[in-house]
Write a protein that binds this ligand. Structure first.
Ligand code: HAM
Length: 428
């Protein structure tokens, strides 16, 4: 016998019980985005490979080993499943001249793809909600993004998500620092692991981010970027912190936070929880003022962040935040030829009036249909037998009330009866 085909490793199905939960999450998120004036943008999942190489950086984990890239067999073009959303968003902003007239606040939601080793909180297909703001220079927008995060955790009922903040300064400032850092690491080359050795001359700042316990003491003694930053960079950083202090958002400055993508400058931040094991970063981002120009657009300041939806949903579920899913309004039970002809018309006319109906499909005895009605979580059962059908009536039975009150109602009155009972419930 042939083996059943399974989903690709690290790419998960989200089954209805969990997917309903995702929808509630998305509802909260959409309301939150709207309240800050962010507008949706929908971007392709596949982009030309050079876009990611140029935006994220050739010497990054993502570009070096995590991209799903392939050649379009029809025209030989090199394509990649997007590993993140910022690059595509910048491409679209440039292509459609979006940020030329006025600043833009944008958001996207969707699947991203990285060929990482799957584990809890780390998948090969995962979902992000990301926001990007174009055309704002000052620290106020960086601060807005951080305030947004804090508010969302609150809206989602999550606590214990901590903010780590750093500044990477400007490219020129980093260049000087980089030379000094390489000099420092060269002194300790025997302590460097393989990854660090590989990065020493290509991306030495990433060594600061290493989790290798054997290197921690040496890294702790490394020179600090912050000591190499000019007054303007420091003023920007101070501006962000001022807002956080004014609004009362606690934060920790982590001078080793450098991020795994090369496009950042000035502010970078991560929201981290210790409740998800090794994959504790639920949201991350920062400023990337050089990227629009680097990808061929007119120089435009920009910043943004993205959050990992799987990680947040796990966190919400693990902190006991199961949503209260509402059952449907009506389960429609019908048996007999005349009844089954009338039933679809009754269901459609109820739906016309905004009442949700779960229709019994596949026949069955009254008894078995009523069992399904009870199990469905519906508020009412509507029962139509041939007796009701010939009288132009239905039986309306409450599935919530003790003793299951029921009464016969004319087909044209049933919607009103249901609406009134909902109204009475609200009053009570
Ligand atoms: P990132 O740090 O690579 O940044 O990803 C953002 C978030 O996506 C992470 O903090 C994590 O929650 C989630 N994430 C990343 N990889 C995985 C994975 N393999 N499985 C599950 N979740 C994952 C970016 O992607 C930037 N584009 C963020 C940004 C937007 N910066 C400026 N604008």
């Amino acid at each position: 016998m042939s083996q059943n085909i399974q989903s690709v490793r690290g790419m998960n199905d989200i089954l209805p019980d969990e997917a309903e939960f995702w929808e509630l999450f998305e509802e909260t998120v959409r309301g939150w985005l709207k309240s800050y004036g962010y507008r949706p943008i929908r971007l392709p999942i596949v982009e030309p490979t050079p876009l990611f190489k140029r935006a994220i950086g050739e010497v990054t984990d993502i570009v070096e080993k995590e991209m799903y890239s392939f050649e379009d067999s029809l025209n030989g073009e090199q394509l990649t499943l997007r590993p993140e959303g910022t690059a595509g968003c910048v491409r679209a902003v440039i292509q459609h001249n979006l940020a030329v007239q006025r600043p833009q606040r944008l958001y996207y939601m969707g699947q991203m793809f990285r060929h990482e080793r799957p584990q809890k909180g780390r998948y090969r297909q995962f979902n992000q909600v990301g926001i990007e703001a174009f055309g704002f220079n000052g620290p106020d927008i960086d601060a807005e993004h951080i305030l947004m995060g804090a508010r969302l955790w609150d809206d989602l009922g999550l606590d214990g998500i901590k903010l780590q903040l750093n500044t990477l300064g400007q490219l020129e400032e980093r260049a000087k620092y980089r030379a000094e850092l390489v000099g420092y690491f060269e002194k300790y080359v025997d302590l460097l692991d393989e990854d660090a050795k590989r990065r020493l001359y290509t991306n030495p700042l990433r060594i600061l981010d290493s989790k290798n316990p054997a290197m921690q003491e040496m890294i702790a003694g490394a020179p600090r970027l912050m000591q190499h930053l000019g007054a303007e960079s420091m003023a920007h950083f101070e501006g962000v912190q001022q807002v956080l202090r004014d609004v009362g958002i606690p934060y920790e400055i982590n001078t080793r936070l450098v991020r795994g993508l090369d496009y950042y400058n000035l502010t970078v931040f991560e929201w981290v929880t210790d409740r998800l094991g090794a994959q504790g970063t639920v949201c991350a981002g920062g400023r990337y003022d050089g990227l629009v120009e680097q990808l061929g657009g007119k120089a435009t300041p920009a910043c943004g962040f993205a959050m990992g939806v799987e990680r947040l949903v796990t966190l919400i579920r693990e902190s006991g935040g199961e949503p209260e899913l509402e059952g449907t309004d009506v389960f429609l039970v019908h048996q007999g030829e005349a009844a089954s002809r009338l039933a679809p018309r009754v269901a459609e006319s109820l739906r016309d009036q905004g009442i949700d109906v779960l229709f019994n499909c596949g026949g069955g005895s009254f008894k078995s249909q009523m069992k399904k009605a009870d199990a469905s979580g519906a508020t009412f059962a509507i029962i139509i037998g041939d007796d009701e059908a010939s009288a132009g009536e239905v039986t309306l039975k409450s599935l919530r009330a003790e003793g299951g009150e029921q009464k016969r109602v004319g087909v044209d009155q049933v919607a009103d009866e249901i609406m009134n009972s909902f109204f009475d419930e609200d009053e009570a």
